[in-house]
Write a protein of this length. Structure first.
Length: 259
């Protein structure tokens, strides 16, 4: 499989790294406060510390899976979800990145293989590459959204190794379409949390059940579709290789309950 020149049908396993997440953590861990007295404080970072943290993370991942094939995924500045819903992640506008973050990202680009796709978040690149049939990959991320991708996944914080199949991935995505994600700025179906969403979906999750739940609260199906599109981390089926463009999910491609 090739995606912007990236070949992943190899004998060696390629680790797909959620670089946004681990670069951010490394940079935040390197921040220091200094009290200069007379109520004057400054915030600074030793980027060498951040580089060491990130480099050691990568070495640990490679040792754990006995491979030296690594690909960092980094978000683009633009985001296709904002075209669907302009308020997407608007609540993060005033949230600052750690000191030195941009410099650390550039260092990572200079020292590792990386990929950024126009208008995509790192999660979407992970989703497309990690779900492509025949690709020998493992996604490395602690982000819960990755559990909505049919893929092999490793979650370092909990040390979980997971193989997520199509049905489980669909269920997790439909759950998210119902519950929304406040951190990303979309609400889902008001009043629906994880417990209620699980009851709505039952043992045979499907898009029809999601649409019916929205309809019961007199919310147009079109609005439900937008929530589902915002919640959906892109998969290989959501990318058109001929036109090199995103194919937004539509109800005509909705998951149906399996026997």
């Amino acid at each position: 499989m090739k995606f912007y020149g990236t070949s992943l049908k190899t004998a060696a396993t390629t680790l797909l790294i959620d670089a946004d997440l681990y670069l951010y953590r490394a940079c935040a861990a390197a921040e220091q406060e200094t009290d200069w007295g007379d109520d004057v404080w400054s915030l600074w970072a030793d980027l060498k510390i951040a580089k060491d943290i990130f480099r050691n993370n990568i070495l640990d991942f490679c040792a754990k899976f006995e491979t030296d094939q690594v690909l960092l995924t980094i978000s683009d500045k633009e985001n296709f979800r904002k075209d669907i819903y302009p308020e997407y992640k608007s609540n993060r506008k005033k949230t600052r990145k750690p000191v030195g973050y941009k410099a650390l990202v550039q260092w990572a680009r200079d020292n590792y293989d990386d990929i950024t796709v126009p208008k995509m978040e790192a999660d979407d690149v992970l989703g497309i590459l990690g779900s492509t049939p025949g690709s020998n990959t493992i996604i490395i991320s602690d982000d819960k959204d990755m559990m909505s991708i049919p893929c092999r996944l490793y979650r370092p914080q909990s040390e979980e190794r997971m193989t997520i199949d199509q049905d489980e991935a669909d269920k997790n995505w439909l759950m998210q379409a119902l519950t929304g994600d406040p951190t990303d700025g979309y609400a889902g179906l008001k009043g629906v949390g994880k417990v209620t969403a699980a009851k709505i979906l039952g043992s045979r999750p499907s898009w029809d059940l999601v649409a019916q739940a929205y309809a019961k609260k007199d919310i147009p199906v079109a609005d439900a579709v937008i929530q589902a599109q915002l919640a959906r981390i892109l998969r290989h089926t959501d990318w058109c290789t001929k036109t090199e463009s995103i194919k937004l999910w539509e109800p005509s491609n909705a998951p149906r309950p399996t026997a």
